[in-house]
Design a protein around this ligand. Structure first.
Ligand code: NAP
Length: 291
């Protein structure tokens, strides 16, 4: 059992707010301090019982905190770290929830000159296309995974505390290198989001005077749900994880080239082979989720 007398969440949105709610429900925190730029969102977080009090100044918010969670978009991590650097207590554990990990490690190293032993990079692989504290839910991490990417110098006790924190929030915790994380997530999350945004943008600018979307059916809705996600957050993820994302995009461009030729050459067998392989893999994936 862990006990966190004071938890500070900087960025009380979907992820930060959901973690606060889940930990409060688990009964392992005494006080939750929220921090953000807009007072309206923080007031709403207070009304919803997500935080006990709030600050708009991050340096004031982290004072006396045992654990600090950075729940801000990746593009704002460095600025927040600059603000809190000199205000953190020596034993405070800091963790983040960013969807790309190497860029966060670079930000931490740039601000602190090295990776502090008490910083544990993390990423809950859970979420929705919604944003903001209104969308926060104590159940968001139930039976989902959180990936931690500690470095060699990360304090094992800090890793144990952050692991326990996510487990109390309902998640299964696994550890891997930041490079491996970024490669896996580029392929399974960042590339699909980029493609969904790109497809909808392409169709919105399609030549002709018809509104194409009036002909859209269920397949279009399923494929493009994630294009309703927050543009700023996804801009930051794509830029933060650009190296792994560019590799994934290159693979996909090659596949598109193959598919283009199969259609051009009326290669029914070839097309069926690709579709059958994809269907088998997708069906196995769906069954594994249902188990
Ligand atoms: P969100 O709902 O938009 O929440 C972000 C929060 O950060 C907002 O409440 C925002 O409030 C606050 N914020 C932004 N800049 C700030 C700053 N400089 N100082 C203090 N607070 C600041 O976003 P989210 O979906 O929770 O995503 C947050 C992080 O989680 C991102 O790094 C993302 O990569 C990661 N993540 C997201 C998902 C997902 O599916 N959404 C899943 C896993 C991980 P103000 O604007 O009022 O400051």
């Amino acid at each position: 059992m862990i006990h966190i007398p004071r938890l500070c969440v900087i960025g009380v949105g979907l992820i930060g707010g959901s973690l606060a709610l889940a930990l409060r429900r688990a009964g392992i925190v005494d006080e939750i301090v929220g921090c953000g730029r807009s007072e309206a969102n923080l007031r709403r977080a207070l009304e919803l019982g997500v935080v006990d009090r709030y600050q708009t100044d991050a340096a004031t918010a982290v004072a006396g905190a045992d654990v600090v969670v950075l729940g801000v978009p990746l593009g704002n991590v460095r600025a927040v770290l600059m603000t809190i650097r000199d205000a953190l207590d020596p034993g405070t554990i800091v963790t983040d929830v960013g969807s790309a990990k190497w860029c966060v490690i670079e930000d931490v190293e740039a601000v602190f000159d090295r990776m502090p032993a008490g910083f544990v990079p993390g990423h809950p692989v859970a979420g929705t296309e919604k944003s903001g504290v209104e969308a926060a839910s104590a159940d968001l991490f139930q039976n989902r995974r959180t990936i931690l990417t500690p470095l060699a110098q990360t304090d094992p006790q800090a890793v144990r505390t952050v692991t326990a924190l996510w487990e109390f929030a309902g998640a299964e915790v696994i550890a891997m290198s930041a490079e491996h994380h970024d490669r896996m997530l580029a392929a399974t999350s960042h590339l699909p989001h980029l493609l969904a945004f790109g497809l909808v943008d392409t169709l919105a600018r399609w030549d002709g005077d018809e509104d194409l979307f009036q002909y859209a059916a269920g397949g279009f809705r399923d494929f493009t749900r994630i294009a309703s996600s927050d543009p700023i957050m996804w801009r930051d993820i794509c830029l933060g994880n650009r190296k792994a994302l560019l590799d994934a995009l290159q693979h996909y461009r090659e596949e598109l080239g193959v598919l283009t030729e199969l259609v051009r050459q009326l290669d029914a067998q070839g097309l069926e082979r690709v579709f059958r392989n994809a269907k088998d893999v997708r069906d196995r994936y769906r069954s594994s989720l249902e188990r």
